[in-house]
Design a protein around this ligand. Structure first.
Ligand code: NAD
Length: 377
């Protein structure tokens, strides 16, 4: 019994469901962490190495992210243990069976994450409904193509620049990872007059102190090439990217890339976290002690889920982008206020903000975690 509740605390998880269908080799887990704010939204991650523990951690991150963003949604996450590059008929059969297996879990709204795209979401819609991240034809807002998360990160940079006394125009920034998040934040910041001085992808890193041309980088990626094929730049190591002098350093790739072993070499005023958990807690504490402001992932990268929630409630693209701007600016300001007035670690300030909203929502309920009525759907 103890083992089954090893992850439990006052916020959840409400449910952990293991789904198994041997005829399709379907092995999946759904974690509905907390539904006090409303039905949970969280992505489905398909990968061969996913675990229940990872799913629990990601579901909690969604609880905090959605509560902090003031969305009427709780946090959940699903993982499917399979190769996302399997052939399409097998993937469709697996995804449809997964959706069927969870058809009655009305406290969970299906959303895409790594290895799952809008076509998968259309299959789930066909099976059970309760889906975000749909194709245009069903009123979907293609958040990765439009750069919803990058748009939110741009708002964070704008707010923190004012707080730290520098202008976005002329500010030098570095982006680690040039995918859905990295590409768009680069594009939006350059439109505001900032200078992209270093960038990387899985093949390597480059820099140019006079600024890199984002359109050329986007063109390279569109041709399936690496940013390292950009002509007018110096090739550098991944450590070299970490130590590049800049005003804003934006991780937009992998977890735990900044840790106790390399945090001392960061040479920036601010880190704005595009990726999820890109920095260990110890590294965040080090940065805080050394005057580097670090806006945590679930505040900074909430643009994607805000866009998804707006889609679920029938909003159009322009309204979704306006909501991202309003919510992320307000949250960043609130985190900064606590950081500046109480000298709190930004992550602690952000967690306190999310917990305050969650506790308030939970106080209105008969049971703190159970959902007692189908009133959300
Ligand atoms: P993506 O797959 O589109 O892009 C990832 C990029 O990182 C690619 O350019 C890849 O080449 C690069 N990369 C991989 N390993 C690297 C390494 N070791 N060094 C440098 N670059 C490397 O993914 P994405 O959607 O842009 O997501 C990036 C991160 O942001 C993930 O942590 C994801 O969970 C998080 N995130 C994404 C969204 C979203 O809206 N897509 C929202 C919130 C958080």
């Amino acid at each position: 019994m103890d083992d089954a509740f090893q992850y439990s605390d006052e916020f959840g998880p409400l449910k952990i469901i293991h789904l198994y269908e041997p005829s399709l080799a379907l092995k999946a887990v759904l974690v509905v962490d907390n539904v006090a704010m409303g039905p949970s939204i969280g992505g489905i991650r398909m990968a061969v190495d996913v675990t229940t523990e990872e799913c629990v951690r990601l579901a909690r991150a969604m609880t905090f992210k959605n509560a902090a963003a003031g969305l009427p949604h709780g946090g959940g996450k699903a993982v499917i243990c399979a190769d996302p590059k399997m052939n399409k008929p097998d993937k469709e059969a697996l995804i449809r069976a997964f959706a069927q297996g969870l058809r009655n879990e009305e406290t969970y709204i299906f959303a895409p994450d790594m290895g799952v795209d809008e076509e998968c979401m259309a299959w789930i819609r066909d099976e059970v409904g309760r889906v975000v991240g749909l194709p245009y034809v069903f009123g979907g807002i293609p958040l990765d193509k439009l750069g919803a998360t990058g748009w939110g990160l741009t708002q964070v940079v704008d707010v923190v620049a004012k707080d730290r006394g520098f202008k976005v125009k002329g500010a030098r920034f570095v982006v680690q990872g040039f995918g859905a998040v990295g590409k768009h934040v680069s594009r939006f910041l350059v439109e505001k007059g900032a200078l992209l001085v270093g960038v990387s992808d899985s093949c390597g890193a480059i820099c140019n102190k006079s600024g890199l041309d984002v359109d050329q980088l986007l063109a390279l990626k569109a041709e399936g090439k690496s940013v390292t094929e950009y002509a007018d730049a110096t090739q550098i190591s991944s450590d070299g990217l970490v130590s590049l002098e800049c005003d804003v350093w934006i991780p937009a790739a992998r977890p735990d890339v900044i840790h106790e072993g390399n945090v001392q070499s960061l040479n920036t005023k601010v880190m704005v976290q595009g990726a999820n958990i890109p920095c260990t807690l110890e590294a965040e504490e080090y940065l805080h002690q050394h005057g580097v402001l670090c806006i945590p992932d679930f505040i900074a990268n909430a643009g994607g889920v805000i866009c998804a929630a707006m889609e679920y409630h029938g909003a159009a693209q322009a309204a979704a982008f306006q909501a991202i701007e309003d919510k992320i600016r307000r949250n960043t300001e609130q985190v900064l206020k606590r950081v500046n007035e109480q000298s709190m670690l930004p992550r602690e300030a952000a967690v306190a903000l999310a917990k305050k909203r969650l506790n308030k929502a939970m106080s209105y309920r008969r049971y703190s975690l159970f959902s007692t009525a189908p009133h959300f759907l």
